[in-house]
Ligand binder design. Sequence first.
Ligand code: PXG
Length: 289
Amino acid sequence: MKIFIDGKYYDEKNAKISVFDHGLLYGDGVFEGIRAYHGRVFKLKEHIDRLYCSAKAILLDIPLSRQAMTRAVIDACRQNRVRNGYIRLLVTRGIGTLGLNPNRCKRPSVIVIAGKIQLYPPALYARGMEIVTVPTTRNLVNAVNPAIKSLNYLNNILAKIEANIAGVEEAIMLNAEGFVAECTGDNLFIVRQRQLLTPPLSAGALYGITRGTVIDLAREADLNVAEATLTRYDLYNADECFLTGTGAEIIPVVKIDGRAIGSGKPGPLTRQLTDQYHALTRITGEPIR
Ligand code: PXG
């Protein structure tokens, strides 16, 4: 695998960053996780836009234009002959001194890794997954806003560890007010009386690209979609529940905190949206050439 770092390609064993990079020292930086399907990069513009929004929020000046960044992602796929895969795009604050001050960092670093994706086990898609709510609360929007896809994911990692301890693969995180925000790496939807509901960004959700795609697909199919503040009670009494993310795509949830959701099997709208999503990945995206 050849990895792009600041305009040059390095093979895996030489792809290194400095121990003085503030991305490592302080988690100071932003990232994206992007998929390629059938020789095309899916929703690339949306991911690039979100990357620049995350960077803006932390006053990080990305040293590449959006066009050059788009080119770098496509080129990294081409160099690695990735047609179906996963692209991790990172911008770190760059090399500085020991000490928080980002002013000491002269130039942010841009890293593009184009490789394979680690997915949930296929059986979970067929049967649906069981998840739990966990004690670690979503970051406050007034602290490190969870809308920023920053390199500091420790809050989510703690929640993921709590899910692992409970013997499940994902955790539902609540915000400080006790409303549902999202999962550690996936957004959450429920279906109630044929209406799709998902927490608003103000509840502490990430502006998920898959979430946005699912909302568009649902509207195309004449389904009613709304953002809603949801409690655990709403989840337990939903007809269906599913998670969305670049990695997960759409994965059904059939049990939450020991309560079976709906019939206890993946629901019909979850299946319908999954089919629509897969159809879209077959026909759209930025060609890798
Ligand atoms: N919530 C959080 C906290 C995320 O980090 C999503 C929701 C889903 O957003 P998208 O835009 O992907 O629909 C994410 C995305 C990984 C990995 O390597 C993480 C994400 C996506 C893909 C891979 O763990 N997070």
